[in-house]
Write a protein that binds this ligand. Structure first.
Ligand SMILES: NC(=O)C1=CN([C@@H]2O[C@H](COP(=O)(O)OP(=O)(O)OC[C@H]3O[C@@H](n4cnc5c(N)ncnc54)[C@H](O)[C@@H]3O)[C@@H](O)[C@H]2O)[C@@H](O)CC1
Ligand SMILES: [K+]
Length: 499
């Protein structure tokens, strides 16, 4: 998903919360039909800006207030001289209240309203006004068929409030779901627009608050926050007298037989993200490569837990798991890390061992699972996990009393107190090997430099995704290591000004 500017609000709400906001605005004196008219004007403005020469609009209308918005858009388009048609997916007589008023206004203005049939030919921009926040459960027929008709039309599609079929709470496609090029969302941002399958359906996202009274909106506690630059901490500034001992020592533990690259990437990332010192404990066979590629990193062959014990007192942050494997070697090293009082970032196989019950993690640490690892930790299928990513991130944070970074498009950061951050940056070029190793090293380095684990997780995710966006212009084939320079650059931009 892309949005046209970074000035979207940060508060994310559930569908029920936005409906509650809607009701409160009405109770405070703004009639529902007035809100609907404001919605229609906002949508019509966005449609004309995006497709100024289309000249024709087909509104697909359901029977809730989302359809009401659609009927009023049709009216505005007709008045502007466009060719307009509403295809009502059920009998229009079923409409109630404001939606019925909107349909009456459209009919009075001369809008053609027909019962939708598969055989209709689409014309102009399709306005999806089937369901908004009122959808519950899997989309029933004939709506599912109408959604397939929209998606198969090849026409440009504008979704009103939310692409029909997408859950406002989880982003899951509830059966069929509209794929839009543009979504104009109203009153409050729904979290479901930013997570899960929604990312393939929303297109460009625009927001209009319908002039909602700020005091009423401020009263509603959001379910999550969109990760935005101004909410994030600055990278702590270095004093002129700074020395490496003040900037933290990150020790990366990983790299079993044949998987040394993952640990190397984490170490490289920690180094490039500003950690004062970076060490790597790995299999002896990887030492030559590590010393050649990263001479600045102190690499040591960790043959046993005892060797790691000796280092434990000197470590400020452990990054454990990349390429670690799940055998006896991995278990013995992880057991040393797990009892250390220093901060820890657990990734990859460390999480698989945690899921297997081979080790415990102390409260307050950071875990960075991808969906497969997260599903194993929760004992559910990946499909179930992806169906409600916010709930999964929260559940993991609760279960282990840690900061959970649930990776994947729309990365989430949750803490055990219920705080939830959603990242809407990033790019599909980031779907590749090693990117997670880089993220773990980055978060570790930020903790080493003085961020709290919560701050480091949020800032790390945001910078990592921003680096991916920055490099996306170069096309697919992004090597994870390439990200490190971009991360360094973005962190520099976010450095606090010296006093
Ligand atoms: N006055 C208002 O209340 C305003 C509402 N607004 C619009 O109204 C929308 C919410 O309106 P509603 O609450 O009427 O809900 P929707 O317009 O989303 O309609 C849901 C309708 O679909 C039916 N339905 C629910 N789940 C279904 C399923 N699985 N299969 C088939 N049918 C199903 C329900 O019976 C309900 O009537 C918002 O998204 C927004 O677009 C905006 O116009 C702002 C003002
Ligand atoms: K819709």
């Amino acid at each position: 998903m892309r949005h046209s500017s970074d000035d979207l609000p940060t508060a994310l709400y559930s569908g029920a919360q936005v409906r509650a906001l809607d009701a409160r605005l009405i109770a405070a004196g703004t009639p529902g039909f007035e809100l609907m008219q404001r919605a229609a004007h906002a949508i019509w403005r966005a449609l004309r800006r995006r497709w100024p020469d289309a000249g024709a609009v087909t509104v697909l209308a359901g029977h809730g207030n989302n359809a009401g918005d659609g009927y009023l858009v049709a009216t505005l388009a007709l008045r502007a001289g466009w060719k307009v048609r509403v295809l009502a997916v059920i009998e229009p007589q079923c409409l109630q209240d404001d939606a019925a008023l909107a349909r009456d206004e459209a009919l009075a203005a001369g809008v053609e309203v027909l019962a939708w049939q598969k055989t209709h030919a689409p014309q102009g921009v399709l306005v999806d006004a089937l369901f908004g926040t009122g959808l519950s459960g899997a989309v029933r027929e004939p709506y599912a068929a109408a959604i397939e008709w929209i998606n198969g039309s090849g026409s440009p599609v504008l979704a009103v409030d939310i692409p029909s079929g997408i859950s406002a709470d989880t982003g899951e496609a509830l059966g069929a779901a509209v794929k839009a090029q543009l979504t104009v969302t109203l009153i409050g941002l729904k979290i479901g627009l930013f997570v899960g399958q929604a990312l393939d359906h929303v297109g460009t996202l625009l927001f209009d608050d319908l002039q909602a009274e700020p005091a009423i909106v401020a009263d509603q506690q959001p379910v999550a926050q969109r990760l935005a630059g101004h909410l994030l901490p600055r990278v702590p500034v270095r004093q002129p007298t700074a020395h490496k001992g003040q900037l933290g020592h990150v020790l990366v533990v990983g790299g079993d037989h044949g998987t040394g690259g993952a640990a190397l990437l984490s170490a490289q990332s920690a180094l490039r993200s500003g950690a004062g010192m970076v060490s790597l404990a790995t299999r002896a066979e990887h030492l030559a490569a590590a010393q050649t590629r990263l001479p600045e990193v102190m690499s040591l062959a960790a043959a046993s837990a005892n060797q790691l014990h000796e280092l434990a007192g000197k470590v400020s942050v452990w990054v454990v798991g990349p390429g670690l494997g799940q055998g006896a070697w991995a278990r013995s090293l992880l057991s040393v890390v797990s009892i250390s009082s220093s901060a820890q970032v657990w990734d990859a196989d460390a999480l698989n061992l945690l899921a297997a019950g081979a080790v415990n993690i102390a409260p307050g640490q950071v875990i960075t699972p991808h969906p497969g690892e997260a599903a194993r930790l929760l004992g559910i299928s990946t499909r179930e996990l992806q169906a409600d990513r916010p709930a999964a991130a929260r559940a993991l944070a609760q279960r282990y009393q840690v900061i959970c970074v649930l990776k994947g498009a729309g990365t989430l950061v949750a803490d055990p107190h219920g705080r939830l951050l959603v990242c809407d940056r990033g790019d599909p070029v980031m779907a590749g090997a090693g990117l997670g190793d880089v993220l773990a090293g980055l978060i570790g380095a930020l903790i080493a430099q003085g961020c709290t684990p919560w701050q480091a997780a949020g800032l790390g995710v945001w910078v990592h995704a921003g680096a991916g966006e920055y490099l996306a212009a170069k096309g697919n084939g992004l090597a994870a290591g390439d990200l490190c320079d971009a991360i360094r650059h973005l962190l520099q931009e976010r450095a606090a000004c010296p006093k």
